[in-house]
Design a protein around this ligand. Structure first.
Ligand code: NAD
Length: 405
């Protein structure tokens, strides 16, 4: 089939590559001209996709990266994979989804399947995407489906092909067509009756993580006051073979999913008059972590943060990827700077952020803080030099009350 994937980011590029590898002819559309130029050269925007994959599929004309659609491409399936962030009030910001829908409306031909993969609030397909496209297009028999993306960039075990794909749609034909399409490259497709179920499932998955991470973050302080390792307690609890799943404390949550999706669920709840206090509390707890951690460090250092030279190791929101969206490391830097600390950072995957540029790990600093320990960072220089280091990564057994290593 001829497929157009709108948005070539962490979600859109892998789906384009998988669909093209499965034999579909794919048009990968993005409004970011630089991104498209880089993709044409084989520079990937996703850890899931290699340069070779991009170049081979391009050479065989199985995939084309474009910045604009033209009328005669005979697209049979549109997939929307654009960002769905929060606005300044912490509410859904669907401007990019709206623009993507208007692009679909402009070029869609009759009898086409339109699939939304972007995460959004419950009812988005029925109440936002469907009327927007129908009101702006004269094509008929359009089918509307939803297939929320569950990709975990950098996860070597679970990826697009072997993670079950939830699909639904506004009618049985749309559900069937979407299920058939995803079956061409996903090993398991799980159909649900209503798009609201699929949309809610995606939000519930990430809210589950947000809430459980908030719980252990709260408990980290309890453990530190009792002077035991929360990691050890969690690992002990995890020996129970049923009814428990371990989560580990951290400086907070980052990325485009865990800090954002629960706000979409909370918004959905408010739309029907329900206040989701649990979700909002979890969000607030995780957001408060960088400031809490700084005050813990401050009390260990006898309030001497002012004028200290501090280097942060890893500012991406998780190891192995360059994504800094909502990364708690950024809030940590902001809070430390507000206390008068001089901040530098080292992140081999993030060349710069605002006024800062990644610098090699230094030893002429007062304190090193490990936030995101990418495999590419060689910490031996800190170990050998005896640099004061605090490990705030969720893999650190020292977490709770930060301890010098
Ligand atoms: N990043 C993840 O791990 C992940 C996982 C599952 C679901 N999601 C969801 O998938 C969606 C996309 O997220 P992402 O991480 O891929 O974002 P991204 O920023 O990596 O990529 C989105 C791309 O869409 C492009 N774009 C925006 N508006 C466009 C338009 N009108 N036409 C064409 N291109 C347009 C942007 O230029 C960008 O390149 C979001 O709803 C997100 O919540 C993300």
């Amino acid at each position: 089939m001829n497929i157009c994937v709108i948005g070539q980011g962490y979600v859109g590029l892998p789906i384009s590559i998988k669909a093209a590898s499965a034999g579909h002819k794919v048009y990968g559309l993005d409004i970011d001209l630089l991104k498209i130029e880089q993709l044409k050269l084989g520079i990937s925007t996703s850890p899931e996709v290699t340069k070779d994959q991009i170049l081979i599929l391009q050479r065989s004309n199985q995939i084309n990266f474009i910045t604009e659609l033209v009328d005669d491409l005979s697209i049979e399936v549109f997939i929307i994979a654009v960002p769905t962030p929060l606005n300044e009030y912490g509410e859904p910001e669907l401007k990019m989804l709206e623009n993507a829908c208007l692009t679909v409306a402009k070029y869609v031909q009759s009898n086409t399947l339109i699939i939304n993969e972007s995460t959004s609030y419950i009812g988005t397909l029925r109440n936002f995407i469907y009327p927007l496209i129908e009101n702006n297009s004269s094509s008929i028999n359009l089918r509307y489906a939803v297939a929320p993306e569950r990709i975990d960039p950098g996860n070597n075990v679970w990826h697009l092909e072997n993670t079950p794909r939830i699909v639904s749609g506004l009618d049985k034909i749309a559900i069937g067509q979407a299920a058939k399409f995803y079956s061409t490259f996903c090993t398991q497709v799980y159909q649900v009756d209503k798009p609201e179920i699929a949309e809610a499932a995606k939000l519930i998955e990430n809210t589950f993580r947000q809430v459980n991470i908030a719980l252990v973050n709260e408990l980290s302080e309890v453990a530190s006051r009792f002077d035991f390792s929360l990691h050890d307690a969690i690992n002990a609890a995890a020996t129970k073979p049923f009814g428990f799943m371990p989560f580990y404390p951290s400086i907070g949550v980052g990325g485009h999913c865990i800090p954002v999706d629960p706000a979409y669920l909370s918004y959905s709840a408010r739309q029907v008059g329900v206040q989701s206090r649990f979700i909002d509390l979890a969000n607030a707890t995780n957001l408060s972590m960088p400031a809490k951690v700084v005050s813990r460090i401050e009390s260990q250092l006898n309030n001497e943060l002012n004028g200290m030279n501090i280097q942060i190791a890893g500012i991406a929101y998780k190891t192995g990827i360059s994504d800094i969206r909502e990364s708690p490391a950024l809030e940590l830097i902001r809070v430390l700077e507000s206390k008068g600390s001089q901040i530098t950072y080292h992140d081999p995957l993030v060349s710069n952020w605002k006024h800062l540029y990644s610098e090699p790990l230094k030893t002429d600093i007062d304190l090193g803080i490990i936030v995101t320990p990418h495999a590419q960072i060689d910490f031996s220089i800190w170990k050998k030099s005896g640099t004061n280091v605090i490990d705030l990564s969720s893999s650190s057994n020292n977490y709770g009350w930060p301890k010098f290593l």
